[in-house]
Write a protein that binds this ligand. Structure first.
Ligand SMILES: [Zn+2]
Ligand SMILES: [Zn+2]
Length: 265
């Protein structure tokens, strides 16, 4: 599996923040979270590289004995770097202690209950490094049909990617949790399976020639796609975050994002 390193993601956030002042706040916070994630990934690798995963499938591989002691450090990062409402919630969570954190992380990982967005933010951002580590160890199972969710962890895609292929471009999705990337037909809505051309809308903005909104008029969902044939140095997950005007356009036109990104925009 190829995915950008943490350093590449952090560097791209810095580059984009200089080009797009309106995205400075969201990218600055993202970079702070990504620096924490990089350190956590290093810790997980060191602690777990020689021992087997606790389970045989993604769902039963969560190692909370390893991870829980790190959660307060993550809450501190969010408290110090996040915008006010999220920062206050981090402070409140820090006072709630282990049984509550354990339940949150387990519910999120096993997808056993629908969590409010703010709570899933904490779980997703904290668990992403571990999810990437587990995805690497498990590898991708054999493909069966076209899945709109991640073949490894069953999470929704957070962004699409377009790459050159012999006849046009092919589309892949990047997982919102484990960062796995998988192929999905280019002209099919991942929300509802719609494939009629006149129900699928594409919107681009002059600010972001390499990012587009791909929306569906049948289920009113959308996802952005980063077109690497137009700008090969983009880091899709980070460029997606920076393209706030496209998010506004989609919202104003009544589309709902299939999966909010890490920063909930
Ligand atoms: Zn995944
Ligand atoms: Zn649809």
């Amino acid at each position: 599996m190829t995915r950008p390193t943490w350093d590449q993601r952090i560097a791209r956030a810095g580059e984009l923040a200089e080009i797009f002042p309106f995205a400075t706040e969201v990218l600055g916070f993202y970079a702070g979270v990504a620096r924490y994630q990089k350190a956590l990934y290093g810790y997980i690798q060191q602690a777990r590289s020689k021992s087997p995963l606790p389970g045989h499938s993604f769902g039963d591989s969560l190692d909370l004995v390893l991870l829980l002691p790190r959660f307060p450090g993550f809450l501190k990062v969010v408290r110090e770097a996040a915008p006010a409402p999220l920062s206050a919630l981090a402070e409140q969570m820090a006072s709630e202690k282990e049984p509550r954190w354990e339940k949150l992380l387990r519910d999120f990982w096993q997808r056993s209950s629908e969590l409010p967005y703010t709570e899933s933010f904490f779980a997703r951002a904290f668990l992403q490094p571990y999810a990437e580590f587990v995805a690497d160890r498990l590898g991708e199972p054999p493909r069966t049909g076209n899945s709109a969710t991640c073949p490894i962890c069953d999470s929704e895609p957070v962004v699409g990617v377009l790459r050159e292929e012999q006849l046009g471009a092919k589309r892949t999705f990047i997982c919102s949790l484990c960062a796995n990337e998988w192929e999905f037909p280019r002209l099919v809505c991942p929300g509802c399976g719609e494939d009629r051309n006149n129900a699928l809308a594409v919107y681009t903005s002059e600010f972001f020639e390499h990012v587009r909104v791909e929306a569906c008029d049948t289920c009113k969902s959308y996802l952005k796609a980063v077109d690497l044939t137009k700008y090969g140095l983009a880091i899709p997950v980070v460029d997606e975050l920076a393209s706030l005007p496209l998010t506004l356009w989609a919202q104003e036109h009544g589309y709902t994002k299939l999966q909010p990104n890490l920063m909930a925009v």
